[in-house]
Design a protein around this ligand. Sequence first.
Ligand code: ADP
Ligand code: TPP
Ligand code: MG
Length: 327
Amino acid sequence: MGDLGEQGILEAILPLLDSAQASLGPGDDAGALRVSGNEVLVSVDTLVENQDFRLLWPSGLEHNAYDIGWKSIAQNVSDINAMGGRATGAVISLSLPKSTSLEWVMDFSRGVAEAIAELGAKELTILGGDLGKSQEISVTTTVLGECAHGKVLRSGVRAGDRVAVAGRVGAAGAGLSVLEHEHDNESWSRAVRRLVQTQCRPVPPLESGPRAAEAGATAMMDLSDGLIRDAGRMAKASHVNLELESSALQDFALRLEAASELTGTDPMSWVLYGGEDFGLLAAFPDGVEIPGEFTVIGVAKPANGRRAVVKVDGKVAKPETGFDHFG
Ligand SMILES: Nc1ncnc2c1ncn2[C@@H]1O[C@H](COP(=O)(O)OP(=O)(O)O)[C@@H](O)[C@H]1O
Ligand SMILES: Cc1ncc(C[n+]2csc(CCOP(=O)(O)OP(=O)(O)O)c2C)c(N)n1
Ligand SMILES: [Mg+2]
């Protein structure tokens, strides 16, 4: 399966599955089902030890259970936010090695509870979950949600729309590089610690999803796999090119300098290809007032019947760069 990539696997399996009864089937940040006349959004995401976090990073930092609980909530409510909705319920499945301590599970659960409170997911309540035994830690959270303003899909961008982002871009990727860098974590500066914190405890902009929907966004998705890769998915779903300007991304890169000095990485590579910030990528038509927390980074242009692409400063960006579990 290694060479197929996530996209190739999905193209092979989705035709085998029946989604006819869904009001929105697979392909977007969340699916939707009509229940007693109301649309309910559903999304699921998994965190696996050594794939999505390490209990001990090469930098010497130990990853605590609290942060895993936090991130599992953050990454899931982010998918509901990306539809323009608010999370209402969640179930959490924990698969753990027998050696895991009770203190670990309690710390994890505190992270879940505090993420819900501090991220401002006021309507989100835990409905249940599951406990099981496994070789390594694996956390799967399913989240339900609703949209007051109608759901916003990835596929709605129209030529002429302005493309904008909210939340952080590149910080979590920079934090990941620092964690993976064999450099003693005791000597990290405050700025470096903040970037690591964005990787371990991401903060999706939960007010911005519903606000963008209300403002009239034509399309939206969350940024989990890297700006270029995710923008490529939006471009493909909407059959338009997304033309981005690196000058509009410069401010995001400037905020990553501390990590760049430590690891020797060009900060723009984190902005373009780093994932897990769980910010928003949205498109707004002309005449719509874009909410103030969004930064316009480009514009949508017709694909003219060709394969839709993402361009940066007029050059086609490589769609294969970014994060893929099977890439
Ligand atoms: N095993 C699967 N069966 C059916 N649909 C899937 C499966 N895995 C992923 N999908 C769907 O494919 C789309 C892309 O998945 P993914 O990249 O994980 O989404 P996201 O990045 O928003 O979490 C989503 O709509 C998701 O629901
Ligand atoms: C040990 C480790 N390796 C790599 C990463 C980077 N990483 C893991 S998942 C991911 C992308 C987002 O996760 P995914 O499960 O694809 O979320 P989704 O797109 O489904 O919301 C990235 C960049 C990490 N956080 N930790
Ligand atoms: Mg998503």
